[in-house]
Design a protein around this ligand. Structure first.
Ligand code: NAD
Ligand code: UFG
Length: 337
């Protein structure tokens, strides 16, 4: 059985879908601080399979002990966390408490239960402003410019030292580039609360009239059209990467890091155009100042995951846009419908 923390969230719900389709038994722990249980219900109806859902917090040690003692858990997929970069700059202690303390409590409970396999949702943010492109896993990590990024690096380093202290652990840190898209059914997708921080959810909300226009944060970067370049990866490809990582660590111990990206960079304006093509909707935009903390370009070298995990992305930019449009147009208010 797999414990999936944060399984009601955007990426977690797509992960749940892949896990159930691969016939894994899954128990979800999520406090619903940024998600809806509706996502879990929809995955169950999509897959015609069931999981156990527990509404609760990864910082609740007693609850974790109960979960580990009542279920025979082999591995943990750890997605639970707060992820808004801007909010983290305003409330750093809340981010340290939730993401770092939460992960620490989870690791302590795992140790006590002798469950020593974990796959962790890390981020390309740990590379900071990259020294080279594409980014390989041996590029140096650097002190992130925001508290959210710091929590990812801190948890990675905690787990690395844990493995050094006890080689029975098996830890996979997956450094995501920019997850986008939705399940091809249109039944689950990204449903940010409040004003979206990220590009594609913002574009999608403009397309259904929830926002007037997109603000493009700067067009004077050193990129092909001056706007920021990122490596957007379809959330279903991303989830499949976790299944491979889980298989990989099943019979190995140690600390492993993999980039999960496509290796391709698209600019903000490329994304606007691709979304317009997929949706037939015009996306009005206005160029504004750069957003503080943004970098010009960031994209992965995904070779290590290809060679070691046998994983490569299958979905292209048009799939990402078509699936986002299907989800957004079928659920203009997200799960609030
Ligand atoms: P999300 O907010 O949709 O999902 C996170 C889930 O964790 C939510 O369901 C939330 O309710 C839950 N949660 C938060 N704190 C919790 C706690 N203390 N106890 C229990 N549940 C808790 O975010 P997502 O986009 O699905 O991201 C999943 C993971 O991937 C996060 O760790 C995030 O930092 C990481 N990540 C996301 C991105 C991205 O762009 N979406 C990029 C890199 C890494
Ligand atoms: N952008 C806009 N307008 C918007 C939103 C974004 O122009 O309204 C631009 C940004 O300036 C950037 C690009 O679109 O050039 C992508 O921005 P996102 O906010 O979607 O993504 P980021 O690359 O800034 O950050 C994301 C996640 C982080 C994660 C990082 C690396 O939000 O959590 O990818 O994986 F750490």
């Amino acid at each position: 059985m797999i414990l999936l923390t944060g399984g009601a969230g955007y990426i977690g719900s797509h992960m749940l879908c892949e896990l159930l389709e691969a016939n894994h038994d899954v128990i979800i722990l999520d406090n619903l601080s940024n998600s809806s249980v509706e996502a879990v219900k929809r995955v169950e109806s999509l897959t015609n399979k069931h999981c156990t859902f527990i509404e609760g917090d990864i910082r609740d040690r007693q609850l974790l002990d109960d979960i580990f003692s009542q279920h025979s858990i082999d591995s943990v997929l750890h997605f639970a966390g707060l992820k808004a970069v801007g909010e983290s700059a305003e409330k750093p202690l809340m981010y340290f408490e939730n993401n770092i303390t939460g992960s620490l409590v989870l690791l302590e409970a795992m140790k006590a239960a002798n469950v020593k396999k974990i796959v962790f949702s890390s981020s390309a943010t740990v590379y900071g402003d990259p020294e080279q492109l594409p980014i390989t896993e041996d590029c140096p990590t650097s002190m992130p410019t925001n508290p959210y990024g710091y929590t990812k690096l801190a948890v990675e380093q905690m787990m690395m030292q844990l493995v050094q202290s006890d080689p029975a652990w098996s830890v996979a840190a997956l450094r995501y580039f920019n997850p986008v898209g939705a399940h091809s059914s249109g039944m689950i997708g990204e449903d940010p609360q409040g004003v979206p921080n990220n590009l594609l959810p913002y574009i999608a909300q403009v397309s259904v009239g929830r926002r007037d226009k997109l603000s493009v944060y700067g067009n004077d970067y050193d990129t092909h059209d001056g706007t920021g370049v990122r490596d957007y990866i379809h959330v279903v490809d991303l989830a499949k990467g976790h299944l491979r990582a889980l298989d990989y660590i099943a019979d190995k111990t140690g600390y492993f890091v993999w980039n999960l990206g496509t290796g391709n960079g698209f600019s903000v304006l490329d994304m606007v155009k691709a979304f317009e093509n997929a949706s037939g909707k015009k996306i009005p935009y206005q160029v504004v100042d750069r957003r503080e903390g943004d970098i010009a370009a960031c994209f992965a070298d995904p070779k290590k995951a290809a060679v070691e995990l046998g994983w490569t992305t299958q979905k292209n930019i048009d799939d990402m846009m078509e699936d986002t449009w299907r989800w957004q147009s079928q659920n203009p208010q997200g799960y609030g419908n």
